[in-house]
Design a protein around this ligand. Structure first.
Ligand code: SF4
Length: 213
């Protein structure tokens, strides 16, 4: 797949996604926090939850629990009720237990040993907060890549090795934080299930859009 895509096409796509993010991306507090515990908690809270829904619980959580130890000693008093996902508190307690008294790991294998941390959370955390070049894949990213590069997708596509290779190739060496946030924000705002082609900066080279014209 990667061999079929010209390097100039990749660079053009990367640049446009990054520029879109710089102009239209959203600045959520967990994206800029210097507190790695808060950043990791946010990535876990964001699983299957809309970012807007998470704002208030996240702010309440971070104001009360600066460290895993503080969380283990404190009470969450309905913070999680507003997310409708009480089970998440249990996951975070298991995470806090395993992190108490030590630093958060900064490698994928070690992160994946932590409760609640899967491939996506590890990639998102390492990319945005440890500044390691990591690619991210979720169902929205699969949809965008499939439409833009012109391949069929299904629920299994995200687990395919060739897709990981493509996603890795598409993730730039520099500005990968902006690129990854660009993918997240752009697929929520423009290349949605019902895409807004007229607002899209990559439409001139998009396979899906070309098939419509
Ligand atoms: S042109 Fe449409 S389908 Fe293609 S990337 Fe843009 S929004 Fe998505």
């Amino acid at each position: 797949m990667v061999d079929l895509i010209l390097r100039s096409s990749i660079q053009d796509f990367q640049k446009k996604v990054i520029n879109w993010e710089k102009e239209s991306g959203i600045s959520y507090p967990w994206r800029t926090t210097p507190n790695h515990w808060h950043a990791l908690v946010a990535e876990i809270m964001l699983q299957r939850t809309r970012a807007e829904q998470m704002l208030t619980p996240y702010i309440e959580f971070t104001e009360r629990f600066d460290t895993p130890e503080a969380f283990l000693q404190g009470s969450t008093d309905n913070i999680f009720d507003s997310l409708g996902l009480k089970w998440r508190e249990q996951t975070l307690r298991e995470l806090a237990n395993s992190l108490a008294g030590r630093n958060i790991p900064d490698t994928r294998p070690e992160l994946l040993k932590l409760p609640g941390v899967g491939d996506y959370v590890a990639s998102a955390y390492l990319s945005a907060h440890v500044k390691k070049r990591e690619f991210i894949i979720d169902s929205n990213v699969v949809r965008l890549y499939g439409r833009y590069w012109g391949f069929e997708t299904n629920p299994e596509t995200r687990r395919k090795k060739w897709l990981s290779e493509l996603a890795s190739e598409l993730t730039p060496q520099k500005e990968f934080v902006e690129y990854n946030y660009g993918l997240i924000d752009f697929t929520k705002a423009v290349c949605k299930i019902r895409p807004k082609h007229h607002q899209c900066p990559v439409k001139n080279n998009c396979n899906f859009a070309q098939r419509l014209s």
